[in-house]
Design a protein around this ligand. Sequence first.
Ligand code: DP6
Length: 318
Amino acid sequence: TDKTTTAKAHTNIALIKYWGKKDKILNLPTTSSLSLTLDEFYTETMVTAGKEDTLLINNMMQDPTRIHNFLDFLREEIEDFGPLTVVSKNTVPTAAGLASSASSFAALTAAVARYQNWDLSLTDLSRLARRGSGSATRSFFPGFAVWHEGHDNQSSFAEALPATDLPIALVVCEIAGTVKKVSSSDGMLRAMTSPKYSEWVEQSHVQFTAMQEAIANQDLHKIGELAEENALAMHELNITATDRRFTYFNQMTLDVLDFVKALRAEGFLAYATIDAGPNVKIITNQNQAETIKDKLQEKFRKLRLQIATPGPGISFED
Ligand code: DP6
């Protein structure tokens, strides 16, 4: 047959980060995390029968071995299926430091499940995608989503928070320059050797609850403040790791962080969050995003800037 199934998943940015595993096989995180799904960046994945598992991916950011292993994991976990051709299109800019593994593994999980007619809820899909990449757990849901850390396979899944019409926006700053590449998986392993790690976990629990409250109260300042605190503390773990300390920051990262602080002093709504790379994402509202983008461009000519807004959950086309 030449049946095909296509799923589209948007990437997400964590406002309360996942940065550590308490179980590497099940991929259980040390903390619950909270994210915003983004409209502008997504992965569209088509699956169809093939002679052997074949991956055709437009930008090869993803480790192919990891994808092959994940297909085999699905065969073991749910039900065996024949070889697949996987064609994947990514609009997540390669250098933007947005987790393309989030949208990739979410789209792949959803596409295979639909192709095989598995009767699974979004929550079930999020549990499966978790095994491919942790951040993918959250990419099935529109707007704000939470990934409950859980204590076993069943209890570690994501769900959407109640919908809000919060006018949140991100100014995504693509920072050029070379930084030593440390994968998220390796980075968090190292971070867990920091003497500050257990303190970060405790603080993260408190921030996770406070963030949900701030979202319910539509308090964008509080959301930004908590996200920035959480992210900077995560990056402090990398520097204070006792096993192979490292940083994702470069000088431009620091300069942009200073600029964000200066914007706040001028009365702007601007807070920063940073993931496994040098890029800064500025949390603001939809009214101020353009002005902030222009001011950044004027100050840092070389920055590539893009505005992102809340996006939809998973969708299908077949
Ligand atoms: C900094 O989901 O890429 O973006 O589970 O090992 O694939 P693996 O890690 P990954 O880690 C993402 C880390 C982060 C924070 C976050 O998205 O919560």
